[in-house]
Design a protein around this ligand. Sequence first.
Ligand SMILES: Cc1ncc(COP(=O)(O)O)c(C=O)c1O
Ligand SMILES: N[C@@H](CCCC[NH3+])C(=O)O
Length: 464
Amino acid sequence: MTSSRDDDGDPTASLGDDAAAAGRSADTQPVHGSADSPHGRRSTDSPPVRRLDDWNADRLRSLADEYGTPLYVLDVDRVQANYRRLAGAFPDAEIAYAAKANALVDLLRIVCANGATIECASAGEVYRAREAGIPGDRIRYTAVNPPERDLEYVVDAWKDDPTLTVTAGARDTVERLAALEYDGRLCLRVNPGVGAGHHENVRTGGDATFGIPAERLVETAHDAVERGFDLVGLHAHVGSGVLDADQREAHRRFVARVADLATEVVESVGSLEFVSVGGGFGVPYREDEPPLALDPVAETTHDAFADLDVCLSIEPGRYLVADAGVLLTEVNTVKETSATRVVGIDAGMTTLLRPALYDAYHALRSLDPDASDREPVPQTVAGPVCESSDVLCVDRPTPRFERGDVIAVGNAGAYGAEMANTYNSRPRPPTVVIDGSDSRLVRRRESLSDLTRLEAAAREGVAE
Ligand SMILES: Cc1ncc(COP(=O)(O)O)c(C=O)c1O
Ligand SMILES: N[C@@H](CCCC[NH3+])C(=O)O
């Protein structure tokens, strides 16, 4: 395995001033490439888990007062601490941040300033990365059944900057890229036959639709080389939210299988620059769940690739941003029913989709100064959307929430704002970034007029 970067220079050099500034503090120096453990890893000092109780309630309440609710809050220092911890465990690996977890332009700049590449799942994410000023050699686009419009946009971006890399998960995608006269850097995504994740809907290996079937990989690689592509990489992704022992064991088998497949490709086509083993590093959502021990995962991965002369790449999304974010929401209704105490809040499944989609658990805490004195009672917390699945929790024993309380919802930094939508014509919430003692609005609240802006029938509609 070789190191991902041959320069240890300033990764922000080609970014704008803002990005360079984001990377300038002592806290944000890239950590790649240094070693002080048998596997070249080095420890970092930030706690591996940040619970909801660790957030400063007064500060969050004052942000809710200033910007209103629902409101996403993202703490830049925590993103950077998470980045350093992961980079410390995988010092030789390239870290490609999976923008799908949270694609705010500000955030892309910050992780890139720390040394990351940006892993993009769509033309939209490539567009965001370019808006952030990120150069092509830090952008990777992984096509999933790509609409023609996406391919065309990415091929145009590659014409502007041929250092960009495209990952194809199907032979058809390779053919369609060739038809668009793309013959640049190509990575192939394989389905290694093993998946893992916090819910069956987020397992992307094994019985899933993603990637080239393993038995077709070598012939597809040959085909790509014969067509004149610059075949630089192999990619696979196990799924999302690897945390418990069974999932870690599946991840171990996954990594071993990807290493075998990479060996087959290298033997057949000569060499590869990198192998990406995807993301999936889980974080604890429940108060009593332990954090993921990164070192054994890194060691297993390192060992699996020890005999291969390739750079290792990882694609974390959730691990970098989940516990760096909270959602703030206000209680507007409380009613006792014969079955439970129902607490109505102003954030719903349109604001945070994960509970409705995956039955996901998110910790809840009232920020009211008296909240800790209140007795825990079973409470069902429901949003403002006309769907009975619009509940954050059912009968969860929590200190009584009262009307007017601001509730903080934990681990909302990943797949929170990013999956927000406007169902029931609910404008999407804003995001405020906190950066040390400063805070800034990085995405404004959508207004009612934003809802109709694209419709021809609206007064100022611009539909084509
Ligand atoms: C291809 C790919 N890479 C990376 C990720 C990031 O996953 P996670 O947020 O679990 O690290 C995903 C999402 O599951 C993905 O589909
Ligand atoms: N959206 C999922 C993660 C899966 C990402 C896509 N591969 C979640 O919130 O847990």
